[in-house]
Design a protein around this ligand. Structure first.
Ligand code: ZN
Ligand code: ZN
Ligand code: ZN
Length: 378
């Protein structure tokens, strides 16, 4: 898979929280005691020959493609944009280009086929670049519980069925005394940006939950939301807060570098970590779709007479739409609630005015961002 997935995680500490191990599984081999059989049984299984592409029948919308240098430290985002334009001069259908970070830029296409074609354009190889479609534009990851541990990922891949095509099956693993032990929870990657509601194993129906990637903690500086790979801070010991790796620690003191408390900096009990986890969870539940934006209760303190049982938006019926296009279906009896929410309406109006006054072309991601900004400032 591509490197945008790599940002998900943090691993390598004695007390990996449950959940991070799914990705751990992807990156490191099973414990030495896990025999050959287990190793293949719980290896991530993906559809053979799968390549991330936009469905060709999508004609209007926005189709972003990420571009990076082939080498980790190629800083494509710091190159002169005019020079980059020159490189991409022969590429058809680029609608807009954007710098995302030092090592990543994004080209936006208006046609799915143009975006797909670009992935194999000769200019990439000639300039030591790679291009890929961001996972979140074409795939959705769900979590399914109570799946028998004995069944291998490969068998699951072949036996599971859903309303959306299945691309990958992963088993969540838990680390117990240096050994990875399978859990009954799996994650399933589907084609399309909206999760199917259910998945079937034989004819047994299971509910599909949204997968929220674990909070990332840097194992170099022990701060949050970035990986050690890109960390420019000094190494900090997760045990004593000294300037060394925890493996070299000789100190008797246990001191968290984030809150100065008497626990390891990676402890699940760290109040700073708990706080970050909470923010992370909320962010993940709110920034994905317009649908979830409307559903999120605490963003809208003044929703009047809303029945807890009536979901405002049911978006899980829409399938295979690229992100930014999926419009939620609004359940009739909740329209009133939305209309009565002056905060929401004001924010929408403000956003529309700003868009109307702007002569820049905005993508749906832009618009969403703007709306969220206006919502939180209102
Ligand atoms: Zn760091
Ligand atoms: Zn130490
Ligand atoms: Zn702490």
């Amino acid at each position: 898979m591509s490197s945008d997935d790599d940002d998900i995680n943090f691993l390598g500490f004695p007390s990996d929280p449950v959940g991070t191990d799914m990705v751990a599984n992807k990156k490191r081999k099973l414990g030495e005691d896990g025999g050959k059989e287990d190793e293949s049984k719980y290896k991530i299984f993906s559809k053979p020959g799968y390549k991330r592409m936009y469905p060709d029948n999508c004609t209007n919308g926005e189709f972003p493609v990420y571009v990076e240098g082939l080498k980790q430290d190629d800083k494509i985002g710091n190159k002169n944009p005019l020079l980059l334009s020159k490189i991409f001069k022969k590429v058809k259908g680029i609608h807009e280009s954007r710098r995302l970070k030092a090592n990543k830029i994004m080209l936006v296409f208006k046609q799915a086929s143009a975006a797909n074609d670009f992935l194999k354009h000769s200019c990439l190889e000639e300039n030591s670049m790679k291009a890929y479609i961001p996972a979140s534009s074409v795939e959705a990851i769900g979590v399914v519980r109570y799946i028998p541990k004995e069944t291998s990922n490969k068998d699951l891949f072949h036996k599971l069925t859903a309303d959306a095509e299945i691309i990958t099956v992963r088993r969540f693993m838990k680390k117990e005394q240096d050994e990875l032990v399978p859990l009954t929870t799996i994650s399933v990657t589907f084609v399309g940006t909206v999760l199917p509601q259910y998945i079937y194993l034989d004819n047994w129906r299971y509910k599909v939950f949204k997968y929220v990637p674990p909070l990332m903690q840097c194992y170099k500086c022990l701060k949050f939301n970035h990986s050690a790979k890109i960390c420019r801070s000094e190494q900090v010991c997760s045990k004593c807060n000294g300037k060394h790796n925890y493996k070299e620690c000789t100190s008797e003191i246990v001191k968290c570098s984030n809150c100065q408390g008497e626990h390891f900096a990676i402890s699940k009990l760290c109040p700073i970590k708990i706080e970050k986890q909470e923010i992370h969870k909320n962010k993940n539940n709110s920034n994905k779709t317009y649908a979830s934006l409307l559903v999120k209760n605490n963003d809208f303190p003044s929703l009047p007479q809303r029945s807890q049982n009536v979901p405002i938006v049911q978006s899980n019926k829409i399938k295979n739409k690229p992100s930014g296009q999926s419009l939620p279906i609004i359940v009739n009896d909740s329209i009133e609630n939305i209309v009565n929410n002056s905060k929401l309406i004001d924010a929408v109006v403000k956003t529309l005015i700003a868009l109307g006054n702007s002569n820049q072309i905005k993508t749906s991601a832009h618009i969403r961002e703007e709306l969220l900004k206006n919502l939180s400032s209102s």
